[in-house]
Ligand binder design. Sequence first.
Ligand code: ZN
Length: 119
Amino acid sequence: MATDQIILVNQRAAPFLATEYHDIVCRRRDRCDCAVKESLGPDNKPRFKKLPKSFHIEAKSKSRPLDRAVLFIPQVRDALKASPPWLKVEEIPKPEKKATPKASKSKASKAKTEPSTEA
Ligand SMILES: [Zn+2]
């Protein structure tokens, strides 16, 4: 399945920073992008701590493509609801690479281009 992504537009003259919380973002996108930090606990057993990614958007700039799950981050929700809105959601137009929408059949029957027509 294609990842469902969006772009956030920072409309203020201040940078925006948010954390992709594991419980909020990773759970919704069914993928964990957190870094994992290993450290020794007081009992000398290794502990694995999840370090969620964060993203920041420069003032009056657009973010990189982000998973739609970031819309559930409290900072992002607040920023979208603020008046005037701090952030704006921009849909990413789907790239139209496939000429044939229903290409669910065998790959063997490709487009009927015959390369041997050059004289
Ligand atoms: Zn995670």
